[in-house]
Design a protein around this ligand. Structure first.
Ligand code: HEC
Ligand code: HEC
Ligand code: HEC
Ligand code: HEC
Ligand code: HEC
Length: 372
């Protein structure tokens, strides 16, 4: 009996996996610039700091928080959250840290799965420094962690959460990546190399680091680079050529709308528009998902039984054609692409203090003058 207890004790010290969590702020001590950038990024937002996410999550269920898999991945009681035995807790760092530094940098590999992929974490042996993965060829170790280059990282690190998500009825809520699409291209666009060392004490090493601002749809300059818009005209016909330069579809988030506003001006008067009151009237130029449950339109996709989407796929070129009046010399055509972070219809199911998510934000505007 005594031997057995001893064996159990020895084994538990040798093999137990201590999950000591290094919170976001603890990285700031050495990775000051990266920490600052990260704080401005969407990944730093959590259930508590993203109102849109929180209100929709609470509407889906006030018991289970199934969103935790991707939105609160580091939670120390994640199975309780997923099963409805616990709720998000604003005094728990593993809840408020969002998609945390430590989480991303300890993903060992990503398992492909039908509904959504699964991030498999590296195990951390007790009394050893945690090992953080990255892409540096020869990262030095620090007193807080060891550093290892992990090739799975460039291949898979974004696919664990951004690839796809289906609901319990097998309806696609979003699909941003193809199976086996690598993450390196995501990294090239969303974590570009910028000036400044990666670590503040060790000035002799690198002069550049991967930006952790994760610029996306909220940055005016960055979002203008995703799609090219070209205008071409023939007799009584207008062609808008949209080129998606991104490695993912234009719509990869169920609440988003991206839409075109097109106007033709002749001698100071608007003589043609692609819609009168609502951009939805132009079914070609209104990019969004819509969901139905047993034939009824619904806003929140969690219980949908069917979905439809008007999209511009990764790297796709799409030509939208419109019948228009005869054009004269000097007529001006304006094509503008806008985004609304959330569709207005969301207001019918949730209330938001921050109404700015419904305001159209400019993505890109193109003007062409007719020369006959
Ligand atoms: C499989 C991973 C995954 C799961 C599970 C998941 N999400 Fe997300 N969610 C994402 C990703 C990735 C983004 C960022 C996509 C983007 O911005 O285009 C996101 C973004 C969002 C946004 C937009 C945030 C904003 O302000 O721009 C909302 C709202 C949202 N999710 C709601 C939910 C809710 C509610 C749940 C649970 C019922 C949930 N998500 C579960 C991956 C997931
Ligand atoms: C005590 C200082 C210190 C702290 C605290 C610290 N690091 Fe580091 N980290 C370093 C040093 C030093 C390097 C090596 C830099 C080099 O080689 O140029 C490094 C390298 C890294 C790398 C690069 C690994 C690679 O192979 O590309 C990652 C990722 C990283 N740290 C993440 C983190 C995260 C996440 C935290 C917080 C949980 C953190 N670090 C906290 C000092 C620290
Ligand atoms: C060629 C550059 C490029 C590549 C490659 C790229 N993106 Fe993007 N991405 C952008 C731009 C520009 C935007 C903002 C414009 C937009 O969303 O219309 C964006 C937007 C996003 C958004 C927010 C979209 C929204 O509507 O909320 C997410 C999330 C995202 N990218 C993730 C990824 C992931 C994951 C990958 C890898 C599969 C990736 N990106 C590859 C350029 C790129
Ligand atoms: C969404 C996932 C994600 C999160 C969250 C994240 N990182 Fe990273 N980090 C990456 C990726 C991807 C790279 C590799 C980029 C490259 O080398 O091209 C990287 C690189 C690094 C590096 C090496 C720098 C370099 O130039 O390669 C350090 C150090 C680092 N991260 C620290 C942090 C710290 C500190 C935080 C939080 C404040 C953090 N990361 C949050 C994905 C993430
Ligand atoms: C653990 C899950 C997870 C991983 C891994 C992850 N993301 Fe995210 N990402 C999210 C969630 C969730 C959001 C939305 C958070 C919010 O707005 O509340 C998001 C937001 C973003 C956005 C901002 C979208 C916008 O425009 O608002 C970009 C860009 C992005 N991720 C890129 C990446 C890239 C590139 C990688 C790989 C290096 C990556 N993410 C890895 C979960 C993840």
């Amino acid at each position: 009996m005594y031997r057995l207890i001893l064996l159990v004790l020895v084994c538990s010290t040798l093999f137990s996996t201590e999950r000591k969590y290094l919170d976001n702020y603890s990285c700031q001590e050495c990775h000051e610039k990266i920490y600052k950038e990260y704080q401005s990024s969407s990944h730093s937002r959590s259930y508590f700091s993203n109102e849109l996410h929180r209100k929709i999550a609470d509407k889906v269920s006030d018991k289970e928080y199934k969103c935790a898999t991707c939105h609160m991945p580091m939670a120390d009681n994640i199975s309780d959250l997923l099963n409805g035995n616990a709720r998000p807790d604003k005094n728990n760092k593993t809840h408020t840290d969002g998609v945390s530094c430590y989480f991303c940098h300890t993903i060992a590999y990503v398992k492909q799965s039908h509904k959504f992929n699964v991030n498999i974490k590296a195990r951390q042996a007790k009394n050893f420094k945690p090992t953080l993965y990255g892409l540096l060829d020869d990262a030095e170790d620090s007193d807080k962690h060891s550093s290892v280059k992990n090739p799975v990282y460039a291949k898979k690190v974004c696919a664990g959460c951004h690839s796809h998500k289906l609901n319990d009825n097998n309806v696609t809520i979003f699909r941003a990546m193809q199976t086996n699409q690598e993450s390196q291209s995501c990294i090239t666009c969303h974590l570009p190399e910028i000036a400044g060392g990666i670590e503040k004490m060790n000035k002799k090493t690198r002069s550049h680091h991967a930006s952790h601002k994760f610029l996306g749809i909220r940055d005016a300059k960055f979002r203008a680079t995703g799609v090219d818009i070209n205008i071409s005209t023939q007799i009584k016909q207008l062609k808008i050529i949209l080129t998606n330069k991104m490695d993912h579809p234009l719509i990869i988030q169920a609440a988003r709308v991206k839409y075109l506003k097109i106007e033709i001006e002749s001698q100071g008067n608007i003589i043609w528009k692609n819609y009168q009151k609502s951009p939805k009237e132009d079914t070609q130029g209104y990019f969004t998902s819509s969901f139905t449950k047993d034939g009824q339109k619904i806003i929140i996709p969690a219980t949908a039984t069917e979905s439809k989407i008007n999209n511009l796929l990764a790297r796709e070129v799409k030509i939208l054609t419109y019948p228009i009046p005869t054009l004269a010399n000097g007529d001006k055509i304006t094509a503008t692409l806008f985004v609304q972070l959330a569709r207005k219809e969301c207001l019918s199911v949730i209330e938001l203090d921050d109404k700015s998510v419904f305001e159209p934000l400019l993505i890109k505007k193109i003007v062409k003058f007719i020369e006959l």
